[in-house]
Write a protein that binds this ligand. Structure first.
Ligand code: DX5
Ligand code: ZN
Length: 221
């Protein structure tokens, strides 16, 4: 079992003070910065691109940055984010014409490569890429917005993906994204997740350290 990672999604941060928000959430005990890239094409919302990632690096952020690409096409964004300082890059396979090529581009750029499965995306997308993947992100909401409710049947999907990871014998991280809160994080971990994205649950509270500690307490219980 790899150590649990808590990855606050800056989608719910105050963008007018983004550098300070990221500093604060890292000081509060976060492990990784989750960076949601939306293009108003693959998903019906628009956020930020590589320039903002680079700005965070220039601001002094040294923690891993986990770039979640909700864009189509995918490939043109990979090198840009790698140069901008991304650590992990994941994309939705149905948004790429050539999934293996996109994964190889991420690896060649020196980043950890992941696929993202929406609540209704079939697991067969994993069939021929388990040797390449560093992480698999299971969406527990439909992508595009923060603050949505966790979809319960995705717990079963997590269990199925975890079984595939165990069969592969590789240390592939299993990440969950959407509606993660203090009161469901333990059940999510029991279903196999080891990397937890949480946006509104963390940035919606005044004291980030308290929420992150409460999540860790649940994970340790
Ligand atoms: C949704 C994003 C999520 C989102 C999670 O498309 O991928 O990362 O910010 O937000 P919460 O934790 O509020 O559901
Ligand atoms: Zn995300």
């Amino acid at each position: 079992m790899q150590p649990f990672l808590i990855a606050p999604s800056i989608l719910s941060a105050d963008f007018a003070r983004l550098g300070e928000e990221v500093d604060n959430v890292l000081k509060a005990g976060a492990d990784v910065v989750h960076f949601d890239v939306m293009d108003n094409h693959y998903v019906p919302n628009l956020t930020f691109g590589p320039m903002i990632c680079e700005a965070l690096r220039n601001h002094g952020v040294t923690a891993d940055i986990d770039v979640h690409l909700m864009v189509s096409p995918v490939d043109s964004m990979i090198e840009a984010f790698a140069k901008a300082g991304a650590s992990y890059i994941s994309f939705h396979p149905e948004a790429s014409q050539h999934v293996d090529r996109s994964l190889q581009l991420i690896k060649q750029a020196g980043c950890k490569a992941g696929l993202v499965l929406n609540p209704a995306t079939p697991l067969h997308y994993l069939d021929h890429v388990m040797d390449t993947l560093d992480h698999i992100l299971v969406m527990s909401v439909n992508p595009g917005f923060g603050g949505q409710a966790f979809i319960p049947h995705t717990l079963d999907k997590l269990r199925q993906v975890k079984a595939r990871i165990n069969d592969s014998g590789r240390a592939i991280r299993l990440e969950i994204d959407g509606g993660v809160k203090v009161d469901n994080i333990r059940a999510i971990a029991e279903a196999g997740a080891d990397m937890f994205v949480a946006g509104s649950a963390i940035f919606g509270q005044d004291n980030y350290a308290d929420v992150i500690q409460a999540m860790r307490d649940e994970l340790a219980s």
